[in-house]
Design a protein around this ligand. Structure first.
Ligand SMILES: CC(=O)N[C@H](C=O)[C@@H](O)[C@H](O)[C@H](O)COP(=O)(O)O
Length: 231
């Protein structure tokens, strides 16, 4: 079931991304649902989840809205977050009240364009659309196309965007200044201090994945810290 969402309910709130890919220890819809329940208990206002199976399971497990995406790879494109219209439709039908998709200007699979996908989604689906971008230019274009939300998700993951181990504070603040729709901060947020700073930079909501739901990553960060100390 899709839980309806009003954007103002997400304002100033935390969204937890519960994702594990094949090969990761926590991979599987059952585990992701439990992660989502834990996140809801901790106060998350929404969950971000990957794949129709996980989205269906998470929607059953929690009663907060689900932002859905589907990581898919196609041979003719580098775009992998909900790349095609068919993927958008599957994510929406699985119960996501917001569908997140790559909104970079890169070539998409099957020769589809971002504007066609948005147009078709508006005609046929009732979900909101979240633009995962990597630059200010992409965010401005996404706003022109009629997206409901912009997220800094892909900063550092396209070859031409800023590369940093930190969240992209500059992108979030520039987007918040230049586009009149909610800008979510997402990507490499690891600390409470960064979270507060991003809100002060104009982030409408904060999306955190790995620092909450990827124990391998969390463990590795501690191990690296320990290894950096010469004993
Ligand atoms: C770049 C990409 O594919 N990002 C994905 C988008 O859904 C996820 O792998 C991230 O976990 C999510 O964006 C949250 O970010 P972080 O895990 O850094 O808090």
């Amino acid at each position: 079931m899709s839980h309806s969402v009003r954007l103002q309910d997400l304002k100033g709130k935390l969204i937890v991304s519960c994702q594990a890919l094949p090969g990761e220890a926590l991979y599987g819809s059952d585990t992701m649902s439990k992660m989502a329940i834990a996140a809801q208990k901790g106060g998350a206002a929404a969950i971000r989840a990957n794949s129709p199976d996980d989205i269906r399971a998470v929607c059953r497990a929690v009663d907060i809205p689900v932002i859905g995406l589907w990581k898919q790879s196609y041979p003719d494109s580098d775009v992998y977050i909900t790349p095609t219209y068919a993927d958008v439709e599957q994510v929406a039908k699985a119960g996501a009240s917001i569908v997140a998709l790559d909104a970079t200007l890169r070539h998409r699979p099957r020769g589809e364009s971002l504007s066609e996908i948005v147009l078709r989604a508006r005609e046929r689906l009732s979900c909101m659309l979240m633009a995962d971008v990597s630059t200010v230019e992409e965010g401005i274009y996404a706003h022109k196309l009629g997206f409901d939300i912009i997220s800094s998700t892909l900063s550092g993951y396209t070859p031409y965007s800023a590369q940093s181990a930190e969240p992209d504070f500059a992108l979030v603040s520039e987007l918040a200044r230049q586009v009149p729709i909610p800008v979510f901060a997402e990507g490499r947020i690891r600390t409470e201090e960064q979270t507060v700073r991003l809100l002060q930079h104009g982030a409408y909501a904060i999306v955190i994945g790995g620092a909450i739901t990827r124990p391998e990553l969390i463990t590795r960060h501690f191990v690296e810290a320990i290894n950096s100390v010469a004993l």
